[in-house]
Write a protein that binds this ligand. Structure first.
Ligand SMILES: [Zn+2]
Ligand SMILES: [Zn+2]
Ligand SMILES: [Zn+2]
Length: 315
């Protein structure tokens, strides 16, 4: 497939499988909740079942964008399809944000209208099953997302956390109402309000990061310095400038101007450039590609431009 160690078939399968698992769990949960809801005459539970069904939208978004991001270059995308995963993450976090706003609005509304029905055991069972499955999915997906450095999988993991937390608070509200009776029904709405606010905050963070990814954000300073450390020690390198790094989906692309002895051949210069590239790629799995522009090390090119470095010993 590709040279980059993060972009292999095993990782692709890993990311796809965890998302497929989430699809299956969401289908199972939505059927379970709807059946229990109809059986127990609970509007809330049927509504929750429909939410699980809508969770499929983000699963499918994650699946499609993750899959496409692994596609090789084609006629219309000369730089590959890496950014599709950032786009998928943007979509999922926007969806999550809208869901939170809806939750906040309905909670405030029902706080003013009051009332509501006392929950029964099917709601309790459904919430409990939801928590177990979604929390498990959250940890599993998050682990794989970090392993693959995949923002879109991380966004989907946060959606699982959102689902498990909402079920957890629903569970607490149900228990309180079952024990305390009618007077404690408001708990459910208060819980919805705080939950919505917390998750809205998380989804804004995700929204912000996936936008940054789409806008060619540079990596952290420590990482830039880490990458630069591999340039000057390469034999034959005298200096470099215009070092740049930018996001391309979940990975980074680096380009720089490399100064070498003006009297060596094009062939030799190219070998030095290849070594610089190999050194960086070997040490940094998060770097997808390095583009090196070769220049003669004369005063005109040994200028301090952008992010630069000079090997004083070679001068
Ligand atoms: Zn959800
Ligand atoms: Zn230059
Ligand atoms: Zn080349």
């Amino acid at each position: 497939m590709e040279k980059n160690s993060l972009r292999n078939l095993t990782n692709k399968k890993l990311g796809e499988n965890i998302t497929w698992l989430s699809v299956i769990i969401n289908i199972f949960l939505s059927i379970l909740k709807c059946i229990l809801g109809i059986f127990a005459h609970s509007q809330a539970l049927i509504g929750d079942g429909l939410h699980s069904l809508s969770d499929l939208i983000t699963d499918i978004t994650a699946l499609i964008s993750f899959k496409i991001s692994f596609k090789p270059e084609d006629e219309n995308h000369h730089y590959g399809h890496y950014k599709f995963s950032s786009l998928g993450a943007l979509f999922i976090s926007a969806f999550l944000f809208l869901f939170c706003i809806a939750l906040i609005v309905t909670s405030i509304k029902s706080l003013f209208t009051g009332g509501g029905e006392l929950p029964e055991w099917p709601a309790l069972a459904a919430a409990l099953i939801s928590i177990i499955f979604k929390e498990w999915l959250y940890w599993k997906t998050k682990k794989i997302a970090h392993q693959l450095k995949s923002r879109v999988l991380l966004a989907n993991a946060w959606h699982h956390r959102a689902d498990s937390f909402s079920s957890l608070f629903v569970l607490l509200a149900i228990i309180v109402a079952m024990i305390g009776g009618e007077n404690w029904l408001f708990m459910d709405k208060v819980v919805g309000l705080f939950l919505g606010a917390y998750l809205a905050f998380q989804s804004i963070k995700l929204l912000y990061h996936s936008s940054e990814d789409l806008l060619d954000k540079a990596p952290e300073h420590t990482m830039i310095n880490d990458i630069r450390e591999h340039i000057l020690p390469t034999p034959g390198v005298i200096g470099y400038h215009q070092f740049r790094a930018r996001r391309i989906g979940d990975l980074f692309e680096v380009d720089l101007h490399l100064q070498v002895n003006p009297n060596i051949s094009v062939e030799e210069g190219h070998i030095i450039a290849s070594h610089v590239k190999e050194n960086i790629l070997q040490q940094h799995a998060e770097v997808l590609d390095v583009l090196v522009h070769i220049e003669p090390a004369n005063p005109q090119h040994l200028k301090e431009k952008g992010i630069y470095g000079l090997d004083q010993k070679s001068l």
